[in-house]
Design a protein around this ligand. Structure first.
Ligand code: UDP
Length: 476
């Protein structure tokens, strides 16, 4: 077998960087030389993981590209969470397109055997082809969402609907799943051609031309959809997750992504004082920021639910940095009962703690899978992207969650969810017979996830198969 060297090139957003770092570590732990490609201000997020992997005797490295300067983008904006407004997203992606020449220089210099590049870099398939190496795609979604989205694009079951509340079924998938018009991305509904939608169309095309797709999921979680993806949508796919499970030590679980706004000790001391399954963890991913009005509703709903909580609070970029969202006396009343983290939380460490009994999530795929791997039932509060599909997987297919009732595809507002909806959903995820049944189902999935990544498990074997195939490329 040849010594494999694989380049990993994640999009500059934590929801992509975190799982791709885990993926690169996983490849390295199986004897592959893994190189992460990134930009100067994102490099520190990888440094510890790479160092730790090398300390264990594996081979990992980082290569740094200069982030292109473009008009309209603030200086030092190298990550999606620093983009001042959603309207600037296309400018940001246009800037990343300019990394092509630099990547090709690296491919020329180091001659890796494969390029694993994010779906948001459609041009990477052609770059890999110039050097006769396979390009694998990572898009960060689960299989259910990929299948649902694929079928929606083919059949457009909503095309004759007008009102936001008009409902339709996702066509041609193994389960009956209903959505309403307002849960679709605006560009999906209108078919308007913008720079962003052109980039998405290119991404889909480049995925079809690529060697295949690496999926952060495991076969037993979505078997119907793993089969559907391969056999109906005709994609070559390897599911090798949950990737977060490659983080074994407390330190690795606590130090993913950005620097946490709370120390491990403080967080664990608080959690250790709570009984099992008694705390709700609330977090809306790496970019979810809510306006004061929505935070206020959450605070009142949480208090009324009478449940203990850890709440990761990030305010909208346009809000004044005040605590104007906080109900009078809230923090004092919540001492010992609720912990607020203002900034980045050590999410996987928190979810893995036995005190956590529920997770209010925006249904980003990483958070969804991290919740599943930790055996935690969820309150679903999708916001945008493929999160509405993930909600349906959690609530309707796996039956391990309760919907808060989000009906609107939104970036930056929270969807105007009322305090009563928060109170009801939070209480029902912790208390009652149905909560117990959900918890049991979660325990089953947690065990399956663990088995999948252990030696001989489905994800372990799928990664083996992929590494074998890459080793014998191009004859494979
Ligand atoms: N995350 C974290 N701490 C935070 C917020 C997010 O560790 O305070 C991590 C989380 O564990 C997950 C990723 O950031 O791995 C977010 O990815 P996801 O797909 O859930 O959502 P996105 O940020 O892409 O919307």
């Amino acid at each position: 077998m040849v010594d494999l060297h694989v380049f990993f090139f994640p999009a500059m957003a934590h929801g992509h960087m975190i799982p791709i770092l885990d993926m690169a570590k996983l490849f390295a732990s199986r004897g592959v030389h893994s190189t992460i490609i990134t930009t100067p201000l994102n490099a520190p997020c990888y440094a510890k993981g790479v160092q730790k992997s090398n300390d264990l005797g594996f081979q990992m490295s980082i290569k740094i590209l200069e982030f292109p300067k473009v008009d309209g983008l603030p200086e030092d904006c190298e990550n999606a969470d620093q983009i001042p407004s959603p309207a600037m997203l296309p400018v940001f992606f246009a800037a990343t397109r300019m990394l092509k020449d630099q990547i090709e220089q690296l491919l020329e210099e180091f001659r890796p055997n494969c390029l694993v590049a994010d779906i948001l870099f459609p041009w990477a398939t052609d770059s890999a082809a110039k050097f006769n190496i396979p390009r694998l795609v990572f898009h960060g979604s689960g299989l259910f969402a990929s299948c649902a989205e694929g079928q929606m694009r083919l059949h457009r079951p909503f095309k004759n609907l007008i009102n936001d509340s008009d409902e339709f079924f996702v066509p041609n998938i193994p389960h009956k799943v209903k959505l309403c018009l307002s849960q679709l991305a605006p560009h999906h509904r209108t078919e308007e051609k913008t720079e962003f939608t052109k980039m998405l169309a290119e991404a889909r095309e480049s995925e079809l031309k690529s060697y295949g797709v690496i999926v952060n999921s495991f076969y037993e979680l979505e078997p119907d959809y793993a089969d559907h993806y391969r056999n109906v949508l005709n994609r070559r796919a390897w599911h090798i997750g949950p990737l977060s499970l490659c983080n074994r030590s407390l330190e690795e679980k606590a130090q993913r992504g950005k620097q946490a706004a709370i120390t491990e000790d403080e967080c664990l001391t608080w959690l250790n004082s709570k009984s099992p399954n008694s705390v709700v963890y609330i977090c809306f991913g790496s970019v979810g920021k809510f306006p004061s009005k929505q935070l206020h509703e959450i605070a009142i709903g949480l208090e009324a639910s009478e449940q203990q909580f850890i709440w990761v609070v990030r305010k909208g970029t346009n809000d004044k940095e005040t605590e104007d969202w906080m109900p009078e006396g809230f923090e004092e009343r919540m001492i010992g009962k609720g912990l607020i983290i203002r900034g980045w939380a050590p999410q996987v460490m928190i979810l893995d703690h036995e005190a956590i009994g529920g997770f209010v999530t925006h249904c980003g795929w990483n958070s969804t899978l991290e919740g599943i791997a930790a055996g935690v039932p969820m309150v679903t509060w999708p916001l945008f992207a493929e999160q509405f599909y993930n909600e349906k997987l959690i609530t309707d297919v796996l039956q391990i969650g309760v919907a808060v009732g989000a009906k609107e595809w939104v970036i930056g507002t929270g969807g105007n969810i009322k305090r009563v909806a928060v109170e009801t959903a939070v209480r029902s995820i912790i208390v009652g017979e149905e909560a117990e049944e959900r918890r049991n189902r979660c325990e089953g999935l947690k065990e399956m996830a663990k088995k999948a990544v252990e030696e001989g498990g489905s994800s372990y074997l799928d990664l083996d198969a992929l590494i074998q195939e890459l080793s014998s490329y191009p004859s494979s």
